[in-house]
Design a protein around this ligand. Structure first.
Ligand code: HEC
Length: 106
């Protein structure tokens, strides 16, 4: 069986059990990536380099802890247009996005 075939099977299996030990499965990861590009991007710029909201590039966020960043995503920034995402995202998902923005997402 060719290598790509084994990967496809693995991806299919992982996608079927996204909640494995609290891990974000590849299917949910793809959804979260889309959410970041579209929903976050609508304010922070499609390339996340800033718009109404600030620039969300890894260089600019460098120095922020993933946990702190996840809190901002979950609770929003009071007094600004940055909404809280808690109704839509779990803490694990917000942490995934934080790590994704910091360039450390697996
Ligand atoms: C309705 C517009 C809007 C949307 C949608 C939005 N944001 Fe924001 N965001 C803002 C604004 C406005 C700020 C405050 C910017 C400032 O302080 O200058 C902000 C601030 C932030 C900050 C803090 C940046 C810093 O420099 O402290 C982070 C992190 C952030 N947003 C991440 C996200 C993520 C991740 C998403 C998607 C899940 C998202 N935002 C969606 C408008 C938005």
């Amino acid at each position: 069986m060719p290598d790509w075939c084994a990967s496809a099977v693995l991806i299919a299996v992982l996608a079927a059990v996204p909640a494995l030990a609290g891990e974000i499965g590849p299917a949910r990861a793809a959804e979260l990536e889309r959410l970041v590009r579209h929903d976050c991007g609508s304010c922070h710029g499609m390339t996340l380099k800033g718009g109404l909201g600030s620039d969300l590039t890894a260089e600019r966020l460098d120095g922020l802890e993933p946990d702190g960043l996840a809190e901002i995503i979950l609770d929003g920034v009071p007094g600004t247009a940055m909404p809280p995402w808690r109704p839509l995202l779990s803490e694990g998902e917000a942490l995934w996005i934080a790590q994704y923005l910091l360039g450390a997402a697996e």
